[in-house]
Design a binder for this molecule. Structure first.
Ligand code: SF4
Ligand code: SF4
Length: 164
């Protein structure tokens, strides 16, 4: 016979006192714990309706920046892709044509620029590597989704809108 069986036998033979038999102290004790939590400050955040504040160091989704004239700053130099440990960035470079000076800041620009957000670890290396201050992780948090293709962010999602 092991010690656990012995212990069970002792507990089974233990007589309950008056207060234990009426359960009232146990009920009051349970209710007091419930009331204590009822009036405590709520820690649940009902996202996405509610948003909690983030640290100043928070890194959100990437945005490709424009200069003061609204032209895209990115020159498709590829340094961000080279510094990305997750190999999440791909791009195609193109040459600016005459008349496109207002669209692209320099002779070379990224005709395709994509970030695979499923691979990205939000390390910020791309932001640090960029010599043109063209990419920042200053956006919102990454949204949830069901389709993998939704997480390939192209220029349509990454480039900041033109301010008029
Ligand atoms: S934040 Fe890091 S992992 Fe994400 S794209 Fe930039 S360099 Fe790559
Ligand atoms: S975002 Fe910056 S580092 Fe990346 S290709 Fe464009 S200019 Fe180069």
């Amino acid at each position: 016979m092991n010690s656990l069986t012995n212990r069970k036998k002792v507990l089974a033979s233990k007589q309950m006192n008056f207060w234990e038999r009426i359960y009232l102290p146990a009920i009051i004790n349970g209710l007091s714990i419930t009331m204590k939590h009822f009036f405590k400050k709520r820690t649940t955040v009902y996202y996405p309706e509610e948003k909690r504040s983030f640290s100043e160091n928070f890194r959100g989704l990437h945005s490709l920046k424009r200069d003061e004239n609204g032209a895209e700053r990115c020159t498709a130099c590829g340094l961000c892709a080279l510094s990305c440990p997750a190999e999440a960035i791909t791009m195609t470079a193109a040459e600016r044509k005459p008349g496109e000076e207002l669209l692209y800041r320099e002779e070379k620009y990224a005709s395709v620029y994509e970030i695979n957000m499923l691979r990205c670890i939000f390390c910020g290396f791309c932001e640090e590597a960029c010599p043109k201050a063209a990419i920042f992780l200053d956006g919102d948090i990454a949204k949830a989704g069901y389709i993998r293709d939704e997480f390939i962010f192209g220029k349509d999602k990454l480039t900041e809108p033109v301010i008029k």
